[in-house]
Design a protein around this ligand. Structure first.
Ligand code: ATP
Length: 253
């Protein structure tokens, strides 16, 4: 079955679409096979969250939008899963907040970086960083440490969707404001984030963009208030409560 053939009223529609996109990403050489495993883990948490955006995740998406709008140099990092799942949406977000897009891979090969950059360009991106790899994140092994000097290395705010825990921690140690999208509130990436968005990347990225457009005319004081009032620990606790709540109806799936 191709993606367009998945019935819209299928109870697991979104999860089937997601699987198809990650699979197609592997076939196209933009997603690693490890990415299939990461997707499986995410899917389990999405199931437990009821495959919906919980209110605390929406508030986190709004705080993330405020951070991106306040930033001097925001960067949206793109890995193989993110590129397979939401390429056009990432381009749209970067446009809305004036961010750079930088391909940043755990299993880095120049070939895959190029394939992802091409894929993003096919979806409207003008400039894509990540090929220069002329700077390093300290405290990480060689290949995983590579970033662009005029990209992530220079950024004050970085959005890292589905980041691996070690790299998320290393970026946080650099003092950058880190916005993380991760369905698992217990993952190290979510735990070290300044703003953990516990939501499916499919829903989270367009939501951050919508908040950014809504806040486009907000004054600095309002954006700073949103940032100051955001509480990452309370956000993670709310996600854990939603998962443990058990008030969801899974019978249709
Ligand atoms: P950590 O090292 O941060 O503790 P991890 O080793 O589980 O976590 P990975 O397996 O490298 O991290 O990355 C996968 C992460 O991405 C998982 O935490 C998973 O929940 C999350 N994830 C996978 N698919 C999605 C998705 N579609 N939307 C949001 N998060 C996702």
């Amino acid at each position: 079955m191709v993606e367009a053939e998945i019935p819209a009223d299928h109870p697991r529609h979104d999860s089937l679409v997601t699987r198809h996109r990650v699979e197609a990403g592997v076939e196209k050489g933009i997603t690693s096979r490890q990415g299939l495993i990461a997707q499986g883990r995410g899917e389990a948490f999405d199931y437990l969250l009821g495959e919906r955006t919980i209110p605390s995740a929406d508030a986190a998406a709004r705080a993330a939008a405020a951070h991106l709008l306040l930033a001097d140099h925001p960067v949206v990092a793109v890995n193989g899963n993110a590129a397979a799942l939401v390429p056009a949406e990432l381009v749209d977000l970067a446009d809305a907040v004036g961010a750079d897009l930088e391909v940043n891979l755990f299993n880095r090969t120049d070939e895959r970086i190029r394939a992802i950059a091409d894929h993003l360009r096919e979806h409207g991106a003008r400039e894509v960083k990540g090929m220069a790899a002329d700077a390093r994140i300290p405290n990480l092994a060689h290949e995983r440490a590579k970033v662009d000097a005029d990209g992530i290395a220079d950024a004050d705010v970085v959005l890292v969707p589905l980041e691996d825990g070690d790299r998320a921690a290393a970026l946080a140690d650099l003092g950058k404001v880190e916005l993380v999208i991760d369905l698992n509130p217990l993952s190290r990436s979510a735990q070290v984030a300044d703003v953990p968005i516990v939501d499916n990347i499919l829903r989270a990225v367009p939501r951050i963009t919508a908040h950014a457009r809504d806040l486009a005319d907000a004054d600095r004081a309002e954006l700073e208030r949103l940032v100051a009032e955001f509480d990452p620990d309370a956000t993670l606790a709310a996600a854990e409560r939603a998962i443990r709540g058990g008030d969801l109806d899974y019978s249709s799936g």
